[in-house]
Design a protein around this ligand. Structure first.
Ligand code: SF4
Length: 131
C-alpha cells in the first residue's frame, strides 16, 4: 500500500494518537504508523527532545523586554514555553523577529511534540536511528 493511501486510512482512525506514540516507543522506523511516515516520526522525536532544552533564561529575558533570537536548537522550546505562558503568535513573532505564520507552524509542531513527550514520560530522551 502506498504511503498516501495508508495515511488516508490513519486520518480517521480513532487509535491514531496512541498508535503513533506506541510506534515511537517501540522504535518502529519503517512504514506508516499513526498517520506518520518514518521521516515524520523522526522529526517528531527530534522536536520532543528539543522541547526538553532548558530555555528559562531566554524566556525570562524575553519576558523582561529583551528581544533577541534564541539559539537555533532552542527555538521550538522557547516558542512552546511562551505559548504556555499565554503569549499569542503575534507577540511571540514580534520578540523573536518572526512572522506570525511561522510562529503558528512552530506552535503546532511543539504541541504535537509535547503530546509525544507527555505520553513517553519524563525520562524519554532517546534519538531515533539515522534514516
Ligand atoms: S496504522 Fe495506526 S493510526 Fe493507522 S489505521 Fe492502523 S491503527 Fe490506525
Amino acid at each position: 500500500m502506498a504511503a498516501h493511501d495508508a495515511k488516508s486510512i490513519c486520518r480517521t482512525c480513532p487509535a491514531r494518537t496512541p498508535c503513533l506514540v506506541v510506534s515511537i516507543a517501540r522504535g518502529e522506523w519503517e512504514g506508516i504508523w499513526g498517520g506518520h511516515t518514518p521521516g515524520e516520526r523522526r522529526a517528531l522525536v527530534r522536536d520532543a527532545v528539543a522541547l526538553r532544552h532548558d530555555v528559562r533564561a531566554t524566556v525570562q529575558a524575553l519576558e523582561h523586554g529583551t528581544r533577541f533570537p534564541p539559539r537555533p536548537g532552542d527555538f521550538l522550546a522557547v516558542v512552546h514555553e511562551l505559548t504556555i505562558l499565554g503569549w499569542g503568535s503575534e507577540r511571540i513573532g514580534h520578540v523573536l523577529g518572526l512572522d506570525p505564520d511561522t510562529v503558528v507552524r512552530a506552535r503546532a509542531r511543539a504541541g504535537a511534540a509535547a503530546a509525544v513527550l507527555a505520553a513517553m514520560g519524563p525520562g524519554y530522551r532517546s534519538e531515533p536511528a539515522a534514516a
